[in-house]
Ligand binder design. Sequence first.
Ligand code: ZN
Ligand code: ZN
Length: 362
Amino acid sequence: MQDLVVATPDGLYCPPGDFHIDPWRPVSHAIITHAHADHARRGHAHYLASDDSAGVLRARLGDDIVLQTLGWGEAVEHRGVRISLHPAGHVLGSAQVRLEHRGRVWVASGDYFVAGDTGPQGAADVNATCAPFEPVRCDCFITESTFGLPIYRWPAQAALFADINRWWQQNAELGRASLLMGYSFGKAQRMLAGVDPSIGPIVVHGAVETLNAAYRAAGVALPATQAAADVPKAELRRALVVAPPSVQGSPWLRRFGEYSDAFASGWMQLRGARRRRAVDRGFVLSDHADWPGLQQAIAATGAQRVIVTHGYEAVMVRWLQAQGLEAGAFRTEYGDDALDDPPPATTAPGAMAAPAGEPAGG
Ligand SMILES: [Zn+2]
Ligand SMILES: [Zn+2]
């Protein structure tokens, strides 16, 4: 029987339905799992995405895209293929795509977040800025594998945010700003939703504020934030500054005087990652599933066949085969969440590039 999704030079493709999922070249019908730049590109004739992603998608791709949206679990048919979208827990609006055709069900996950050791049943460890990952039963599951190595195990978020708050509080007491860097779409809002705004003012970079506006418009609660120019200099010394990694080494930072800096990413779990980033602190906070989360998510689908995309494909495929599952991999052009951030404002060489051994994204 024909596969419901195959890899083509344009992207993942559903032959019976004649549409693509997160294609990287212009196509006629594109289902978009989420608005990160490596998954959502301009140039498609028709877009289908979740209701929740409409705001961020239009903010990034323009108001002129032809966009149809679906509520969670709501279905449409396209050439006999029943399509529905289910929350992936990764960023605002992120969806898994469920396809049903002649009694068979395939699910393409896009990027997803499940913290295997501490969530999702623990409830405390969901991504507070979007609908939590929902396991969907299927025959074949197409999974990402950004953190598909056993070393990746996320700490409980309560402990992590207590660490971040303590760092900010100590800096505030010493009269220096706290620069917390993370990708502007998804990670920044996640950090904002988790910190304690009673410690001091919260300043955000313009790239972050654009996305904050889309999140607030979608009903996501974020603490009050200000532009750096609107905060008196004395108060900046107690501020938490949330900005994309591209500000590192740029003149934008001069106004803050002395500051402590930190980077939030799943890659911070790697030995040496903080040093390579040349920051004072590294916080392990990811929008992707950790190793136990990937295992838990895959098991919950009940799928007998699993196809692995962007990340540690070979490791994941071997592990899945050892579990008795039919497993393979798709080559894709996904995997660079860092595409979402503006380039460095100065000539700081390589400030934007992920150091060797630390893939982009995270
Ligand atoms: Zn993503
Ligand atoms: Zn991705």
